[in-house]
Design a protein around this ligand. Structure first.
Ligand SMILES: NC(=O)c1ccc[n+]([C@@H]2O[C@H](COP(=O)([O-])OP(=O)(O)OC[C@H]3O[C@@H](n4cnc5c(N)ncnc54)[C@H](OP(=O)(O)O)[C@@H]3O)[C@@H](O)[C@H]2O)c1
Length: 329
């Protein structure tokens, strides 16, 4: 049986082109489960992979798509049956294993999550890796900080991970302060239910002081760098800070032990890629049951295989607005 997939080819050294090609299941990597993919979504890693970034994908030709949701068409294990609706985010999907930008994927059973019954396949991909990473961050934060403890700062609040974090926290009764850069971002973050916003400059203290005025009961950081350092130094006694990203830098400058040993601040690392399966299932099911908000589809752009290639260019040019999901026919 033949199916369609986006394939990235290296034509000459370091020149990469995207084509829609026909493939067969036998050409896919080994795995116990074959899934007919209904939806995938566009993530930054997919854009990098599609332009030949070896930090994401070592070997070409390759099919990107780090997220996929669909129906099982073949299973070699007892835990999964033909016809079951499932999803995958993370692991090696779309990186060095052909991903969700193809109509079929073949993967190890250990990567597969049974779709929570309160989400549709499409909704799981509207969340995708960004939504799951956000849910993981919130899951860790709320284990340490309660709404009565004070305000939660979300750094990168208008971004993929950040905007879901604002929504989840608001739904859970927390008072949220978003870090934003433009008026449009401020309006967007306030529309999600944040109590107030602060500017990027206010969230980026460059005085070098080892401790700052304690302001935040908790912090969801998605950018790293000095904004993360500022947030740790501004967290109140016993507060918690989660960190998942590095868009503002991989270092944590001006950091020292004092917030940890004098205020008992906890720093919690978030990894969505290899998150263990029991926790992964718990987070997806919690999100589906009690954190899912209304208007999930607002700002979502649904495209075909042809359409996603244009969206990749928009993403890399910093012009992409909204969440892009790929619907296979
Ligand atoms: N650990 C994991 O498992 C995991 C999973 C998914 C993503 N991530 C990482 O998490 C990070 C966020 O991902 P995303 O999908 O949310 O990215 P995104 O959609 O690009 O959002 C990034 C956000 O950060 C803001 N920002 C950029 N530079 C900033 C700075 N210097 N100070 C404050 N805010 C700044 C952006 O604002 P503007 O739009 O105005 O620039 C935007 O709101 C990335 O580093 C990504 O690699 C990690």
């Amino acid at each position: 049986m033949k199916f369609k997939a986006i394939r990235i080819f290296e034509e000459e050294e370091k020149t990469f082109v995207s084509k829609i090609v026909e493939r067969s299941i036998e050409e896919l990597p080994e795995g116990e489960i074959v899934i007919k993919v209904a939806y995938s979504s566009l993530n930054y890693k997919d854009a990098l992979s599609s332009k030949g970034n070896r930090g994401v994908t070592r070997e070409f030709p390759h099919t990107p798509g780090i997220d996929a949701a669909g129906t099982i068409v073949s299973s070699k294990v007892d835990d999964f049956e033909i016809g079951e609706e499932v999803l995958i985010t993370g692991y090696d999907l779309g990186m060095n294993t052909d991903g969700g930008f193809g109509e079929y994927i073949r993967v190890p059973a250990s990567w597969v999550v049974k779709k929570p019954k309160d989400l549709t396949l499409k909704e799981t991909m509207i969340y995708g890796t960004a939504g799951f990473t956000s849910a993981l961050s919130v899951y860790e934060l709320i284990a340490n900080v309660k709404p009565a403890d004070g305000e939660i700062l979300v750094i990168g609040a208008s971004g993929g991970v950040g905007n879901h974090s604002v929504k989840f926290l608001v739904k859970l009764g927390y008072s949220v302060v978003g870090v934003v850069n433009t008026e449009a971002e401020r309006d967007f973050v306030l529309s999600l239910g944040a109590t107030r916003t602060i500017s990027r400059e206010e969230a980026d203290n460059t005085t070098g002081k080892p401790m700052l005025r304690p302001e935040w009961a908790g912090v969801i950081d998605t950018v790293g760098g000095n904004p993360l350092s500022t947030a740790i130094r501004s967290t109140k006694y016993s507060g918690a800070v989660t960190t998942c990203g590095n868009v503002a830098g991989g270092d944590i400058p001006t950091m020292n032990v004092y917030p940890f040993i004098l205020r008992g601040v906890k720093l919690i690392g978030i990894d969505s890629v290899n998150c263990p399966m029991p926790k992964r299932l718990d987070v997806w099911n919690t999100l589906a049951k009690s954190w899912k908000g209304k208007n999930l589809e607002s700002g979502v752009v649904e495209v075909s295989m042809e359409g996603i290639l244009d969206k990749i260019d928009e993403m890399l040019a910093g012009k992409l607005v909204g969440r892009v999901i790929l619907k296979h026919s």
